[in-house]
Design a protein around this ligand. Structure first.
Ligand SMILES: *Cc1c(COP(=O)(O)O)cnc(C)c1O
Length: 354
């Protein structure tokens, strides 16, 4: 596409200062550890390249993606002194690209087969190793520690992942202790890392050498301890295509899911499922225009949403409305998790860092 294409009728304003402030808050909460950043799923929808650029400037040196495709997207703009770990590990299909990327990029070894595959590449640079300590998702089991110790590979970071750090449950402590035992049994590992955003809030015993926050960087409040400290980072705006008057008794949208009680002015905006504005926002979402509150009426469509205007509101064709997207509120309104809300945002927005 040439760069003179028309602007999108959707904007995602991204507050880069809020992103950095969130990273710094997490960093000072774990002063004995380094603070990394999970940037998988395109930086939780914000745009991974820009997130990495901003957080590198703030002092972050350890980034996490899920796949080698995500790793490759970061390569052209990555600073020389930072590292990217690829959480899903290594398949034989990945090896040519791993070779080309070089030692700034580390596979996170999750299985004995991945361990063998990595060793047999002979690439010889450091990898990370993930152990499962009770989540039963990715990772080696404790009994595999000898295989790691005798494999001849170089381990940068020994990792595990908490299943329920956002809850106050006994399994957090059990996972922490199981992980500490593994760390003690793998003296060759240079660093240890256990905590995601919520885990950081559990306190110093959970911090080890390096933390891996994701959600809280982007404005999600992982636990009550973070309340009031984490700032919203994404602010969607949608442009009005049409304003219309809906008379009392008339309905709006598919299946007439909202009926006007009295004559109501409504605006239709370019925003729908394809933009992460899912059906769960129907009849509950909101927006602001010139200090006034608009309410979603009827069912959200794939590309369109209708909002009712308060009496006297002047919003009309071509105006931009600010869509309410505070993650805790939007999550309570829709039943969608803050992760789902961020990651669904999609590619039709003009992402505007400010
Ligand atoms: C996604 C992920 C993180 C970040 O988790 P948040 O809950 O978003 O902070 C950390 N570690 C691993 C292994 C992950 O998959």
């Amino acid at each position: 596409m040439p760069d003179d294409r028309p602007p999108s009728p959707l904007r995602l304003n991204i507050d880069g200062n809020a992103l950095v402030a969130n990273w710094r808050w997490l960093d000072q909460l774990a002063p004995t550890a380094r603070t990394g950043a999970a940037v998988k799923a395109d930086g939780y929808g914000l745009g991974a390249v820009e997130v990495v650029r901003s957080l590198t400037a703030a002092g972050c040196t350890d980034f996490y993606v899920a796949t080698w495709q995500e790793a490759m997207a970061l390569a052209p703009t990555l600073a020389d002194h930072v590292a990217v770990s690829v959480l899903h590990g290594i398949r034989s299909d990945d090896i040519p690209n791993i070779k080309a990327l070089g030692p700034q990029f580390r596979p996170v070894i999750n299985t004995l087969q991945q361990l063998k595959l990595w060793r047999d590449t002979g690439l010889g640079w450091a990898c990370d190793v993930m152990f499962d300590t009770g989540m039963n998702r990715l990772g080696l089991c404790g009994a595999d520690i000898d295989a790691v110790n005798h494999s001849g590979i170089t381990v940068d970071t020994l990792m595990s992942h908490l299943a329920s750090a956002d809850d106050d449950v006994a399994t957090n402590d059990a996972q922490r202790m199981a992980f500490a035992e593994l760390v003690a049994a793998c003296p060759a590992a240079q660093r240890a890392s256990l905590s995601n955003s919520a885990g950081i809030c559990l306190g110093q015993p959970y911090h080890f050498d390096l933390t891996r926050p994701g959600l809280a960087l982007y404005g999600g409040v992982p636990r009550v301890e973070a309340h009031g400290h984490i700032r919203q980072t994404v602010f969607p705006e949608a442009q009005v295509i049409q304003r219309r008057r809906v008379h009392a008794g008339q309905s709006v949208g598919y299946n007439g899911a909202w009926t006007a009680q009295s004559d109501t002015d409504v605006v239709i905006v370019n925003l729908g499922y394809a933009d992460g504005y899912l059906r769960a926002f129907s009849n509950v979402g909101g927006a602001q225009f010139a200090g006034e509150r608009l309410i979603v009426v009827g069912r959200v469509s794939m590309d369109l949403t209708a909002l009712a205007l308060p009496e006297g509101c002047t919003a009309t064709e071509g105006d931009w409305i600010a869509v309410d997207f505070a993650l805790d509120r939007a999550s309570a309104q829709t039943g969608l998790s803050p992760y789902e809300l961020l990651i669904s945002l999609g590619s039709r927005y003009d992402r505007r860092w400010q």
